[in-house]
Design a binder for this molecule. Structure first.
Ligand code: UDX
Ligand code: ADP
Length: 482
């Protein structure tokens, strides 16, 4: 029986290992983490992350060939293959602050593997890491190896949150990077391939050298984020000229060379990967003497920041330039639907912008816990481009001006305006007439996800702003936004 150990039981490690255990009954998988509450939750009925389909997969395998444990060293020592799926946040101080990845967790995991190993191991990079991390890891492992052989592979994960299980069941591709130039490296690649081939068609398993695999992950995320910034930049032009961004992106996406996916205009992209990976790419370019390339990719994040600011400015300017003391109902806080994850969610910046203008916020999200929302809004955000323009809100101000409630009707009752910041399905079918009746007039709707039926809401009486859609006559007369 092949033994796998995965260090890091997060959004990537947890679902990926659950699916490997599910698809490969002859493989024993242990997922380990330093966090005791996380592992306790993985072993309970309430898993630490919300992901459609995950509960069923975990329930089928847990206790059979899937184990969650805090006994990190024991499971690492026993494993043939060690996946490393720890977090790699952006550095917030020192050299490369704001751009480079902080590899502290990675390095400590690598040193621990070298320390406890008594047999040869394949060590697999699963977290997205800067190009050439594998080389650094190899150095740590071989210099501390006590004669044991380690083979390092890069096997970046392309799952998206909210669809993780279907993505893992049916991946577009599985990428395995390794030392193709030597027999040990080739054997390690084959060993990992033998796992995936149990459910992934051969032709979708791509083997490359280490650096290509690492760079492909950064490049894929950068290309995806770039599409969103592209359509979001067009959304601003649509609003200025009366075109409809949904019609434009549908027409553009019909070109098979462009494709129709990932062209939805929004209040901005979020999630743990896009901004972090692009900043990483920017840093690598700068370090390699490529400032033009670095600046090209920076622009993708700048447009994302611009889109969030634009949304806040539009709201304030539409409401007579003052939202001080006005109640605003916020629908959705997670960075996309079907996840409770709030990392880099545009809702944080939008809510901070509204709080900065002294609004009172009542927030509802079907999955994000109240404590997380308070934490996100009061945690100082790192200013990635160091322009000093990042808004910081104190814990006291958040406590005084934010309320978290348990349904959309409560959030919107007596609200002067509603902001939709996540495209949860339930927001499509709310009783907007009832909501309208419970709001002071004029009642505003600011849809940052193009969820609502604009014509229907206007008929009810709402003043509606929907990203990239022709403006409400009311909004057209308002002062121009920055
Ligand atoms: C992303 C990549 O898709 C995945 O391959 C990688 O492994 C991790 O990063 P994830 O961040 O989970 O996955 O979600 P994704 O579906 O890519 O969405 C990211 C953000 O872009 C979300 O905030 C989403 O709402 C936004 N988005 C997406 C848009 O605004 N418009 C779109 O058309 C698509
Ligand atoms: P991702 O989205 O990349 O999966 P997460 O933050 O969700 O990131 O998960 C990373 C996990 O890695 C966390 O649960 C964290 O506790 C764990 N972790 C970080 N460093 C170590 C370490 N040295 N040993 C074990 N677990 C670690």
């Amino acid at each position: 029986m092949v033994k796998i150990c995965c260090i890091g039981a997060g959004y990537v490690g947890g679902p990926t290992m659950a699916v490997i255990a599910f698809k490969c009954p002859s493989v024993e998988v242990a997922v380990v983490d330093i966090s005791v509450p996380r592992i306790t939750a993985w072993n309970s009925d309430k898993l630490p992350i919300y992901e459609p389909g995950l509960d069923e997969v975990v329930k089928k395998c847990r206790g059979k060939n899937l184990f969650f444990s805090n006994e990190i060293e024991k499971h690492v020592a026993a494993a043939d293959i060690v996946f490393v799926s720890v977090n790699t946040p952006t550095k917030t101080s020192g050299l490369g602050a704001g751009k480079a990845a902080d590899l502290t967790y990675w390095e400590s995991a690598a040193r621990m593997i070298a320390d406890v190993s008594k047999s040869s191991k394949i060590v697999v990079e699963k977290s997205t890491v800067p190009v050439k991390t594998a080389e650094a890891i190899e150095k740590i492992l071989t210099h501390n190896s006590k004669g044991i052989e380690f083979h390092v592979l890069s096997n970046p994960e392309f799952l998206a949150e909210g669809t993780a299980i279907t993505d893992l069941f049916n991946p577009d591709r599985v990428l395995i990077g390794g030392r193709e130039e030597n027999a040990g490296g080739l054997k390690a690649i084959q060993t990992l391939k033998d796992i995936y081939v149990q459910w992934v068609p051969q032709e979708r398993i791509i083997c490359t050298n280490l650096w290509s695999a690492e760079l492909s992950k950064l490049a894929a995320n950068a290309f995806l984020a770039q599409r969103i910034s592209s359509v979001n930049s067009i959304s601003a032009l649509c609003e200025a000229t009366g075109a409809n961004v949904t019609q434009v992106s549908s027409a553009v996406g019909k070109d098979l060379r462009i494709g129709s996916k990932f062209l939805n205009a929004s209040v901005g992209f979020g999630g743990s990967c896009f901004q972090k990976d692009i900043l990483n790419l920017v840093y690598i370019c700068e370090c390699n003497g490529l400032p033009e390339v670095a600046n090209y990719w920076k622009q993708v994040i700048k447009i994302n920041d611009y889109q969030k600011n634009r949304f806040v400015n539009r709201l304030v300017s539409s409401m007579f330039n003052t939202i001080s003391g006005k109640k605003i109902g916020i629908l959705g806080f997670s960075f996309k639907k079907d996840t409770g994850d709030t990392r880099e969610t545009p809702a944080i910046d939008v809510c901070k912008g509204l709080l900065n203008d002294k609004a009172q916020l009542v927030i509802y999200d079907p999955q994000v816990p109240e404590a997380q929302i308070f934490k996100d809004l009061s945690t100082p955000k790192f200013d990635w481009d160091q322009l000093g323009s990042t808004i910081q809100i104190t814990e006291d101000a958040v406590a005084q001006s934010v309320k978290v409630v348990h349904n959309a009707y409560e959030a919107t009752k007596d609200a002067h305006a509603i902001c939709i910041l996540t495209e949860w399905d339930e927001f499509k079918s709310l009783d907007y007439q009832k909501i309208y009746n419970n709001m002071p007039k004029p009642a505003y709707m600011f849809d940052g996800r193009n969820v609502v039926d604009v014509a229907k809401l206007r008929q009810i009486g709402f003043i509606v702003y929907s990203i990239g859609k022709p403006l409400d006559p009311w909004l057209k007369d308002m002062p121009a936004i920055a």
